[in-house]
Write a protein that binds this ligand. Sequence first.
Ligand SMILES: [Zn+2]
Length: 264
Amino acid sequence: MKLYLDPGHGGKDPGAQGNSLQEKHVTLDIAKRIHSILSNEYEGIQIKMSRTSDTSKCLNKRTNEANSWGADYFVSIHCNAFNGKAKGYEDYIYSELSDSSLTSEYQNIMHEEITKLNQLSVRRKKKANFHVLRETKMAAFLSENGFIDNDNDANFMKQASWRQKVARGHVNGIARAFHLKKKDEINPITLYMVIVGSFDSKENADTRVSKLQEKGIKAFVEPIMISNKHWYRVQAGAFYYKENAEAQVDRLENAGFKAFIWKA
Ligand SMILES: [Zn+2]
C-alpha cells in the first residue's frame, strides 16, 4: 500500500496562525509522527511525504507527485482557523463523490478512529472542492485537526502527547481501511523455543541446567507429558524470531551442548 502523506502548507506559507502557533509546524509534526508510527509498527506500507521540513511546495507539485508515484491514498493534514470561537475536528473528501464511494467509506473509518483519540469536539464529515482532493487520482482525505485560533484547541496543539494521539488516530484509520498488518502479528502464535535435552528424571534435567549455568547460559526445566509419560525438558530461551533461536542453538553447540528448536 502506498500512502502519500501531505503536511499542509510550509516554508513561505505558514497556513493558519493563532495563539503563537503556525499551522505549518503543527501539520509537519503530526505527519512525521504518522510516518514514524506506520513505518515502525506496520508491514506492507510505503510512505512518501510532500515535505519533511519547513519548505514551500505548491499544491500542483504535491498532487502531481502523488499521481505519478501511483499512491493508493492521499492524506492531507491541516489545522483550521475561523473566529476564535469555532473549535473541534472535521474532515473532508472531494465534493463530487457520493456517500457510497470508496473514498467516503475510508472517510467514515478515518473520522471514527481519529475522533476516538483526539479529545476535540467533533464536527461533521464534509465534502469540498479543495485542490488536493480534486486533482488526486487516488482516494484523498483531508483532516482539520482543531482550530489554531481557539484557545482550547491551541492548548492541545502545543502538547506533543496530543499530537501523538492525533497521529495515532490517523494511523489506526489508515491501518483499518487498508487492512495493514502489524509487524508483531506476522507470527502471532509461533514461538521458537530452544531445547537442550529432555530427561525422564528431574535430577538429570537439573544437572543439565546447572552445567548450562556454569557456562553462563540461562535455562529452566519444564515438565511435559508425552504419550502418558512425564518428561523434564530443559529450555534455554524462547524467541519470536527464528534467526534469534538459531543463534542461540549455535551458541549452545559452541559451548558443547546439543540443542534444537521447538516451534510452539
Ligand atoms: Zn491548512
